[in-house]
Design a protein around this ligand. Structure first.
Ligand code: AMP
Ligand code: MN
Ligand code: MN
Length: 323
C-alpha cells in the first residue's frame, strides 16, 4: 500500500481528529487544513480545526463561518492529529499537551526539510503545495468510491493553497500537474475570482504606508543579495499585524540580478523572523537550517533571537557563503 492508501484506510477506521498546520499561517497552510476539515466532516468524523495563531487578513474569507479553536478550547479524547504543510514537529501550532496525547500523527507535507515525524507520512518535496497532496488523497478517495468528494468549498480551499504557494503559477515548483489540478478544481467550482481578489487584491491602505517604510530599508549586497527590514515599531505605527506582511518578501527577490532575498521581520525585542527566497541556484532551506529553521530550496525561513541589525549581519554572513 502506498501512503495515500494508508491515510485513507486510517481515516476510514478512526473517528476523532484535530487538523492543524504551522505557525504563521499562509494560503497553503489554511487551504490544506480546511480542505481536510471539510473532507472529514463529509465522512461524518468528529473533527476540530486547531491553530494557536492568527489568520492573515487576506485569508479570512476562506474560514468565514468556521470555528478555528485555540488549544485550550478543545476537549477531545482518543484523537489523531493530521498535520498539514508543516515540515517540523516543533512548528505544529498546537500545545505540547495536544501533541503528546495524540494517538497518532498523520503528516501531509511538501517541505524539503521534513524529517518524517508522523506515524503515517505522505511527503512529496516536489509537490507544488500541500494542497496538491490533499487533492491527490481526495481524488484517490473519490476514485475508490466512484463518486466525487471535492465540492465547491473544498475546490476553493485547494485552489487557494495551490495559487499562493506557486506565486500564482510562477515559481519553479509549478509543474504540469499543478495546471492539471487547477483545471480540475475550476471545473469542480473553485471560486477563482473570489480567491484572487481576497488574497492578492485587498491590501488595506495602511499596508502601502508600511511597504513604503519597509522599502526605504532596502539594501543590496554584492548586487546579488537584497534585504528589507520590518520592525515592530513600523507595524505598530501603520496598524498592521505581524502575520499580514509576508508578501513583502517578494520585493527582495524580484530585483534584477538578485539571487537571494531576505525579509527581516521583528516579532518582539530580540526575536526576528527571517524569510529567505532564491531565484536560481542557492538552497535557502540549507541556510535556514543553519539557524534552526527550514523550508524549501527556493523559499525558507527561520527565527533568530537577537536584534534586527545583528540578525541581518549573521544571516548575510551565511548567505554570502552560498553566493
Ligand atoms: P516564509 O518565509 O514564512 O513564507 O516561509 C517560507 C517557507 O519556509 C514556508 O514553506 C515555511 O513553512 C517555511 N518556514 C518558515 N519558517 C520556518 C521555520 N522556522 N522552520 C521551518 N520551516 C520554516
Ligand atoms: Mn506554508
Ligand atoms: Mn506549502
Amino acid at each position: 500500500m502506498n501512503n495515500i492508501d494508508n491515510i485513507i484506510e486510517y481515516i476510514e477506521g478512526s473517528n476523532d481528529y484535530i487538523v492543524t498546520s504551522h505557525i504563521s499561517p499562509d494560503g497553503d497552510n489554511m487551504g490544506s487544513t480546511l480542505s481536510m476539515y471539510y473532507f472529514l466532516n463529509k465522512l461524518n468524523k468528529n473533527v476540530y480545526y486547531v491553530l494557536d495563531d492568527n489568520s492573515p487578513q487576506n485569508l479570512k474569507f476562506l474560514v468565514e463561518g468556521i470555528k478555528i479553536l485555540k488549544s485550550d478550547e478543545v476537549d477531545i479524547k482518543d484523537y489523531s492529529i493530521i498535520a498539514l504543510d508543516c515540515g517540523d514537529k516543533k512548528r505544529i501550532c498546537v500545545s505540547e499537551e495536544i501533541l503528546d496525547n495524540a494517538k497518532s500523527i498523520i503528516c501531509i507535507d511538501h517541505h524539503a526539510s521534513n524529517d518524517h515525524y508522523g506515524d503515517i507520512n505522505y511527503i512529496d518535496i516536489d509537490a507544488s503545495s500541500t494542497c496538491e497532496l490533499v487533492y491527490n488523497v481526495l481524488k484517490r478517495y473519490s476514485d475508490s468510491k466512484s463518486s466525487n468528494i471535492i465540492d465547491e468549498e473544498i475546490a476553493t480551499c485547494l485552489y487557494t493553497g495551490l495559487a499562493t504557494d506557486t506565486g500564482n503559477f510562477a515559481y519553479s515548483n509549478t509543474h504540469p500537474s499543478s495546471f492539471e489540478m487547477a483545471k480540475n478544481l475550476l471545473i469542480l467550482g473553485a471560486k477563482r475570482d473570489n480567491i484572487i481578489q481576497n488574497v492578492f487584491q485587498s491590501n488595506p491602505y495602511n499596508y502601502y504606508k508600511l511597504l513604503g517604510e519597509a522599502l526605504n530599508t532596502l539594501e543590496i549586497v554584492d548586487n546579488k543579495i537584497a534585504s528589507i527590514e520590518v520592525t515592530k515599531e513600523m507595524l505598530k505605527r501603520n496598524v498592521i499585524n505581524f502575520n499580514d506582511v509576508d508578501g513583502i518578501t517578494s520585493y527582495t527577490r524580484d530585483i534584477e540580478g538578485v539571487e537571494v532575498g531576505i525579509l527581516l521581520k521583528e516579532k518582539k525585542e530580540n526575536e526576528v523572523k527571517v524569510s529567505l527566497r532564491s531565484k536560481n541556484y542557492v538552497d535557502v532551506s540549507a541556510i535556514a537550517k543553519e539557524f534552526g529553521g527550514g523550508g524549501h530550496i527556493r523559499a525558507a525561513g527561520c527565527t533568530v533571537y537577537d536584534s534586527v541589525p545583528n540578525v541581518k549581519k549573521k544571516v548575510l554572513q551565511e548567505v554570502l557563503k552560498s553566493i
